[in-house]
Design a protein around this ligand. Structure first.
Ligand SMILES: NC(=O)C1=CN([C@@H]2O[C@H](COP(=O)(O)OP(=O)(O)OC[C@H]3O[C@@H](n4cnc5c(N)ncnc54)[C@H](OP(=O)(O)O)[C@@H]3O)[C@@H](O)[C@H]2O)C=CC1
Ligand SMILES: Cc1cn([C@H]2C[C@H](O)[C@@H](COP(=O)(O)OP(=O)(O)O[C@H]3O[C@@H](C)C(=O)[C@@H](O)[C@H]3O)O2)c(=O)[nH]c1=O
Length: 284
């Protein structure tokens, strides 16, 4: 019998890309179908579907706003996952929980890619809520938790760093971008394909999945403008100078060793992914 895959956040960046790759062959859930602050709705909707696999992409993702909206952020990213996990245990549903590099928000060790064994050290509200979400998901015996980073290029969403840079470049010839945060922003197309590979292999546990290598946001911005032949000066600044409401990790580069050993696949580098995305968006 064919298995049923359900996807929450199906109109978000990652959810819509997963749906696209599954060829529409999944149950798509959006906020109006299942509001994550409504426990009864979660239980009702998931009990009706009784999916074999639930890929939980929906989340409160406004990192700065979360500092002023801690209650709703914890409700959506942590409490709702506990309810979802409860239903998954009841119906034997495999839970795929999507998480973030921001769980390493105050990591102070050597700058070598962080493995699934590196202790999580969340600082901001979003980061803390996502770690609690991981812990809730891990109560399902057949759970898969995938931490990723800096997503762009899924569905029609313009809410990501790459699109923000391209939008700002329409009106500004100089931008100030932080140069002291090292991570690996990732193309939804590659991350979604990697998640589906893990699901197909029935992998369980915690996995890091991003594009390869690492970059600072300032280097990423400069590369976007170089590849799209825009002449924008990108001034390197510090995180303190930028002064965002939420803290951000100085180093959250994720090790891909476990993913590679499990699947035998190598993730494309961030530069290769960015080049493909910029080409794909021209053609779409
Ligand atoms: N974006 C990124 O850079 C990264 C994201 N992640 C994680 O990956 C996952 C997917 O992220 P991404 O696709 O970028 O997220 P998006 O912000 O693109 O989409 C979030 C989705 O969650 C839904 N949602 C938000 N609040 C609620 C709610 N109260 N009830 C029901 N649905 C809700 C949104 O619905 P609506 O459209 O109606 O608001 C939307 O469909 C998340 O778990 C995120 O934490 C991890 C690392 C990086
Ligand atoms: C727009 C802009 C941002 N920045 C900085 C702010 C921040 O430190 C960094 C990235 O900015 P963003 O706000 O786009 O990124 P942010 O929302 O923090 O992105 C994150 O989303 C969540 C959901 C995740 O889980 C993470 O993996 C992650 O990458 O760039 C500048 O320095 N200059 C600018 O003009």
């Amino acid at each position: 019998m064919k298995s049923t895959i359900a996807i929450t956040g199906a109109d978000g960046q990652l959810g819509s890309e997963l749906l696209r790759q599954l060829g529409g062959d999944a149950v798509a859930l959006i906020q109006s179908d299942m509001e994550l602050t409504d426990d009864d709705a979660i239980r009702r909707v998931l009990s009706d579907i009784r999916a074999d696999v639930l890929v939980h992409c929906a989340a409160y993702t406004a990192v700065d706003k979360a500092e002023a909206e801690a209650n709703v952020c914890f409700q959506v990213n942590a409490a709702a996952v506990a309810t979802i996990a409860d239903v998954c245990r009841q119906f034997n549903t495999r839970l795929v929980q999507i998480s973030t590099d921001y769980v390493f928000d105050s990591y102070a060790g050597p700058c070598v890619p962080l493995t699934e064994q590196t202790p999580a050290t969340p600082r901001g509200i979003y980061a803390q809520s996502k770690l609690q979400g991981e812990q809730a998901a891990a109560t399902v015996s057949s759970h898969l938790i995938v931490r990723t980073c800096g997503l762009y290029g899924g569905g029609p969403s313009m809410r990501n760093f790459v699109e923000t840079m391209l939008r700002l470049a329409e009106t500004k010839s100089e931008l100030r971008v932080v140069n002291d945060q090292h991570c690996t922003p990732s193309y939804c197309r590659d991350v979604a394909a990697a998640i589906l590979q893990l699901v197909e292999r029935e992998a369980t546990g915690l996995f890091h999945v991003t594009n390869g290598e690492s970059v600072t946001w300032r280097e990423l911005a400069s590369t976007i403008f170089q590849l799209t032949q825009r002449s924008v000066h990108v001034e390197p600044i510090t995180t303190a100078e930028y002064g965002a409401a939420a803290p951000r990790p100085a180093y959250s580069v994720l090790s891909l060793d476990k993913f590679q050993q499990t699947t035998g696949s190598e993730m494309p580098s961030w530069r290769d992914a960015l080049q493909r995305y910029l080409q794909d968006r021209l053609e779409s």
